[in-house]
Design a protein around this ligand. Structure first.
Ligand SMILES: NC(=O)c1ccc[n+]([C@@H]2O[C@H](COP(=O)([O-])OP(=O)(O)OC[C@H]3O[C@@H](n4cnc5c(N)ncnc54)[C@H](OP(=O)(O)O)[C@@H]3O)[C@@H](O)[C@H]2O)c1
Length: 152
């Protein structure tokens, strides 16, 4: 199940649908960025949306943080500058990450496992930087079609 909802809605939705999520993989794609000024994360210090979602699920479902570094338009095309998009994944279950990585690869994208679920903090924090650049004026070529990609 992909949680494709705003960060501030996740808690209510997970609690409402918790019983139907037993045994499932829940993919948290959220970027908990304060979009009023793109200057801070709205998560409490020392945690992340990915970890908070896992806490809410209390082990009933497995959380994989993924897809938060790719934006809708580039996800449709699947590539950036002639290269497959990178999809970074974090999670504590190797099996769940393998499943999501296979889904990513089957879509022609490149899965990159960045480690345990607490790496969600870095995946979310880097998007604070990227989104700030996308909406800023310093780099006119950075926009919502910009993607985070490690080369080669
Ligand atoms: N857009 C991107 O390119 C992108 C990229 C990376 C990560 N993300 C992350 O993906 C998530 C969704 O982003 P978005 O741009 O798609 O946001 P969005 O356009 O605001 O869409 C939010 C979706 O969530 C639904 N929703 C909101 N509150 C809900 C609730 N209480 N119960 C059920 N559904 C609810 C909305 O349904 P209704 O329309 O029916 O209200 C809508 O379909 C966010 O966490 C964002 O950070 C987005």
């Amino acid at each position: 199940m992909v949680l494709a909802v705003p960060y501030n809605q996740i808690k209510d939705i997970v609690l409402e649908y918790a019983s139907g999520l037993d045994g499932k993989i829940v993919v948290d794609i959220s970027n908990p960025v304060d979009v009023t000024d793109f200057d801070r994360l709205v998560t409490p210090p020392g945690t992340s949306s990915g970890e908070q979602t896992a806490e809410l699920l209390a082990g009933a479902a497995t959380v994989v943080k993924a897809f938060n570094t790719v934006f809708a338009a580039t996800l449709v095309t699947g590539h950036i500058a002639g290269e497959p998009l990178d999809v970074f994944l974090a999670g504590d279950s190797e099996d769940a990450k393998t499943t999501i990585s296979q889904l990513v690869a089957a879509s022609g994208l490149r899965p990159i496992d960045v480690g345990p679920l607490h790496r969600s903090r870095e995946l979310e924090a880097i998007m604070l930087l990227v989104m700030g650049l996308q909406v800023g004026e310093a780099h006119p070529r950075f926009n919502w079609d910009t993607a985070l990609k490690i080369l080669p």
